[in-house]
Design a protein around this ligand. Structure first.
Ligand code: SF4
Length: 326
């Protein structure tokens, strides 16, 4: 298989947070960092690291990826599967939570490891149909005519090579009751070189209506390379939405969210959801209290047009929809 430049870039990702701190001119002992667990190690590509400011321990991009001692604190209400993924798994790797939509866990791999990730403890080894075959998932979708939308998630589905995605899309397109293809990905923002011509070709004359839900948390994540990748996706006819996680020390102010949503819109993306943190073990230090979240949202409403204000929601295990907070 031919290796693309994005794959090479990915291979060169930094795997050691101490090296990063050294590069940034920061002292490890002051930041109380830890060596991340083997199950969820430190990982970030150079293209993302370039956007982190030197000498600033509070940089919002750094904070998202830096393993801190606080990850080891135990909190009773922080669990390994906060959104009930495993309960909704119908066949390996296929989650059926909501009416009309199913989510396929296409891979366990990501270009970056976000320390607050709600799937940081997900048993990808047991729930990754890509390793064996998509067949049981395809049969399940084929047999349920109420399903009109397939969501490709992970990990990050854009970690799959284009050839593999092409085969997957061909199988999905052949299921006549599917209407929409939704892709959840952080890669256009984290590794913009992933948006290659051969990737964009996958959407040429695609029968399914494509939507990509990006995951961007801070305006500094959107540099000129990211803007270009978003423009290309839009030109390829893909509807672009964004979901943000409300994170303490990253974006927990109306100004930060206003700047982010303005910039997203300039880049052709509409704000979709603002998620309250999912209570996953190891991420409690990112939590923002609900009252504070409401205040931030109220201020956001005062400054932005309605279409730039995302919906503040919480995902609750077992609920048939995402719970709107404000
Ligand atoms: S890219 Fe998404 S799935 Fe991967 S670690 Fe970050 S939040 Fe989790």
């Amino acid at each position: 298989m031919r290796i693309s430049s994005w794959q090479e870039e990915l291979r060169g990702s930094l795997q050691d947070s101490e090296q990063l701190l050294e590069k940034l001119g920061l002292q490890t002992n002051k930041l109380q960092t830890i060596k991340a667990s083997e199950a969820f190690p430190f990982k970030a590509p150079e293209s993302y690291l370039k956007r982190i400011s030197k000498y600033d321990p509070t940089d919002p991009l750094l904070r998202q990826i830096l393993p801190l001692q606080e990850e080891n604190n135990q909190h009773n209400d922080y669990v390994v599967d906060p959104v009930g993924d495993l309960e909704s798994e119908t066949v390996p790797g296929l989650l059926h939570k909501y009416h009309g939509r199913v989510l396929l866990v296409t891979t366990g791999a990501c270009a970056i490891h976000c320390r607050y990730c709600f799937r940081r403890h997900f048993p990808y080894a047991d729930s990754n149909p890509a390793k064996q075959s998509w067949q049981p998932a395809m049969e399940y979708i084929q047999n349920d005519h109420s399903i009109s939308e397939i969501i490709l998630s992970g990990g990050d589905p854009l970690m799959l090579a284009d050839e593999k995605l092409k085969k997957l899309l061909a199988e999905l397109t052949a299921i006549s009751h599917l209407k929409r293809l939704r892709i959840h990905s952080r890669m256009p923002a984290v590794l913009p070189s992933r948006i290659t011509e051969s990737f964009l070709d996958l959407f040429h004359n695609l029968r399914l209506n494509p939507v990509m839900v990006l995951h961007v948390n801070h305006v500094n994540e959107i540099d000129e390379h990211v803007e270009l990748s978003l423009q290309k996706l839009k030109t390829a006819g893909i509807t672009l939405l964004n979901q943000t996680v409300l994170l303490k020390g990253v974006n927990d102010s109306s100004q930060a969210l206003s700047d982010l949503n303005e910039k997203l819109f300039e880049s052709g993306v509409l704000p979709y959801y603002l998620h309250m943190l999912d209570k996953v073990q190891g991420a409690a230090h990112f939590a923002v209290e609900e009252e504070r979240a409401r205040n931030i949202m109220n201020k956001l409403r005062e400054t932005l047009p309605g279409y730039l204000v995302p919906r503040l929601i919480r995902e609750q295990a077992g609920l048939a929809y995402k719970l709107p907070i404000l």
